[in-house]
Design a protein around this ligand. Structure first.
Ligand SMILES: [Zn+2]
Ligand SMILES: [Zn+2]
Length: 141
């Protein structure tokens, strides 16, 4: 809980504390699943215009405050990074799970397997997404 406190996150990253920045972090941290960009726009649309929201998300991604996961529809989802991520140095490359029933994307406490990329290819990020039915949706059936 404390790790996801918006005020703390902004302070740690030397970002000015503005209401809009806090609201974005609050919404992304509100659920244990990642939040999709359309949902975020729906929730914050009245308070923050699209361009500003986009700018805030980009800055957060850049700082290692949040990471973006593309789901099976090609939609961007955002989740807060663990506190050991920093600028351009994401430490928490973990497996994600995309549920086909509730469509949510979850961060799993599972490390991305070590893979060897052939010489000449420069990896910038690795995404590892598992598709299926999440624990909550399986329990309901
Ligand atoms: Zn589900
Ligand atoms: Zn994640």
């Amino acid at each position: 809980m404390l790790a996801n406190d918006p005020t703390e996150i902004l302070k740690r990253n030397q970002l000015k504390n503005t209401k809009q920045r806090v609201r974005v972090l609050e919404e992304i941290g509100a659920d244990d699943a990642a939040i999709s960009q359309p949902d975020l726009e729906k929730k914050l649309g009245k308070e923050i215009d699209r361009v500003t929201l986009y700018r805030i998300l980009n800055a957060y991604e850049d700082k290692g405050i949040l990471h973006r996961i593309i789901d099976h529809n090609g939609t961007a989802n955002y989740a807060i990074c663990s506190s050991n991520c920093s600028s351009h140095h994401h430490q928490d490359e973990h497996v994600h799970f995309n549920c086909s029933i509730c469509a949510k994307v979850y961060c799993l406490p599972v490390n991305v397997p070590q893979i060897t990329i052939p010489n000449g290819f420069k990896t910038e990020s690795i995404s590892f997404v598992a598709y299926g039915v999440c624990d909550k949706c399986s329990a309901e059936n």
